[in-house]
Design a protein. Structure first.
Length: 263
């Protein structure tokens, strides 16, 4: 089954979500959040994109960026790889840190642009971490707007659209009902019976033995493809008989030769 192509933004503005593999933590302590922002700042200059909003949560990241000069895939391949290598070295671990491909949606008009900004900034509030947006959670771009000064966030466009600081605060305390790549929906785990049916449908292998008899290259293609369909590493381990180490290395490397498994 071919991979669904990403929706292209006419404005080159995207809302992007990156989540930890199997819901694992992407950030263990404050230095990890700071390091991610350092990497983000480095590639912002390197790849020439603008950042309109961000929020780093413990197991996922929201970013709103404008990237007219460098393809979105290139930007996040570099950011994700750089951070994952650093994180794995720091904690003496191996394997896949991020969950498959990043998620993205185009932002093509001013109304939705403001909706996404508010949605991103309300993440800590909706998670119960703070009493109102901007109260205390430090890993969000809302403070760049509240202070009016930031080397990382490009605050000019949003400020021009919203108005003064009072209007900004009022806007962010209004209830945001839009989903905007809701992380809870993105991370919903497939039940094992559904995952098994999907594996059989995609691979034509009704048993673990049948899957293990496939050529190794074909197995790897399916592992990447099935993971992107929402089947977790643990489920792939149980339902295909492939070790977690092999699955993690395969996902880190990506689909061999950028090809898709054939139905």
């Amino acid at each position: 089954m071919p991979r669904k192509p990403r929706a292209i933004s006419e404005s080159n503005i995207y809302h992007v979500v990156i989540r930890g593999a199997d819901r694992q933590q992407m950030f263990e302590e404050n230095n990890d959040y700071a390091k991610y922002l350092d990497i983000l700042g480095y590639y912002k200059k390197e790849c020439q994109f603008e950042i309109y909003a961000y929020c780093l949560m413990s197991n996922h990241v929201h970013l709103l960026i404008h990237t007219p000069n460098t393809p979105l895939a290139t930007v996040f391949r570099r950011i994700n790889t750089r951070y994952a290598v650093w994180f794995n070295m720091k904690y003496d671990r191996t394997g896949f840190l991020q969950q498959g491909r990043y998620y993205s949606e185009p932002v093509n008009n001013e109304r939705y642009l403001l909706t996404v900004v508010r949605y991103i900034h309300q993440n800590p509030y909706k998670a119960g971490i703070e009493a109102f947006p901007g109260e205390s959670y430090p890993w969000s771009s809302i403070y760049s707007y509240l202070s009016g000064n930031s080397a990382l966030v490009d605050i000019g466009l949003i400020n021009n659209l919203i108005g003064d600081s009072n209007a900004f605060t009022t806007f962010h305390r209004e209830t945001e009902g839009a989903d905007c790549l809701d992380i809870h929906k993105l991370t919903k785990r497939l039940p094992d019976d559904v995952a098994k049916e999907l594996i059989i449908k995609e691979t034509g292998c009704p048993t673990i033995t049948d899957f293990q008899l496939l050529p190794l290259l074909e197995q790897k293609k399916y592992l990447v493809h099935l993971h992107e369909q929402g089947i977790s590493i643990r489920q792939l381990n149980r339902l295909t008989g492939t070790s977690k180490g092999i699955i993690q290395r395969t996902l880190t490397e990506g689909t061999p030769h950028n090809s898709e498994p054939q139905p």
